[in-house]
Design a protein around this ligand. Structure first.
Ligand code: AR6
Length: 176
């Protein structure tokens, strides 16, 4: 499902973030130490290979809402943008910190001249942010940021499961 805002394409996809062959940068739902882990981070590090952790770990630790950039190694992308989402109920205010992930990832991508960015649903797995609360924050923040971006032309949300995919489609339809 695709919509346009300020000349930028916003797409909702169902799929695996490590399998986005047409995207320049994918976003990692990282841990503070920028190590491998479970969920998205584990899948990204497994697919990228051991070079990724060598580049990423010295850039950490990062704070909730922060984003840093590395190469993507064996992934089919050029870059990985590592974001630390808030742990729900711990890092507050959760909504603001989650929005900062999307804002900082997109502005970093834009500064680097990156044209397409794919996000997973940051914080909605191990970090416990309810999907129904995270989706409007993600979609609204992405839509707001389209006013500021010069280089990024495509922003994709990649949802792993059908309920999350349908939820994000509904929220995008309500937003634009
Ligand atoms: N592609 C797309 N989405 C995925 C994939 C995938 N391959 N795998 C899981 N998801 P999570 P967090 C969904 O836990 O909540 C890690 O251990 C998943 O269903 O990856 O920010 C790190 O090391 C969920 O909806 O990220 C951190 O310690 C969403 O992606 C911690 O978890 C995010 O789930 C980060 O937790």
């Amino acid at each position: 499902m695709k919509k346009e805002a300020n000349g930028i394409l916003i797409e909702i996809r169902k799929g695996d973030i490590t399998n986005q062959n047409d995207v320049e940068a994918i976003v990692n739902a990282a841990n503070a130490q920028l190590l491998s882990g479970g969920g998205v981070a584990g899948a990204i590090h497994n697919a990228a290979g051991p070079e990724l952790v060598k580049e990423a770990e010295p850039l950490g630790p990062i704070n909730p809402g922060e984003a840093v950039l590395t190469k993507a190694y064996n992934l089919p992308n050029k870059y990985v943008i590592h974001c630390l989402g808030p742990v729900y109920g711990v890092d507050k205010p959760e909504d603001k910190l989650l929005a900062q992930c999307y804002i900082n990832a997109l502005s970093l991508a834009d500064r680097e001249g990156i044209k397409s960015v794919a996000f997973p649903a940051i914080s909605t797995g191990a970090f416990g942010f309810p999907a129904q609360k995270a989706a409007p924050v993600a979609i609204k923040t992405i839509t707001d940021q389209t006013q500021k971006l010069k280089n990024v032309k495509t922003i994709i949300m990649v949802l792993y499961g059908m309920p999350d995919f349908e939820l994000n489609v509904e929220i995008l339809n309500q937003t634009i």
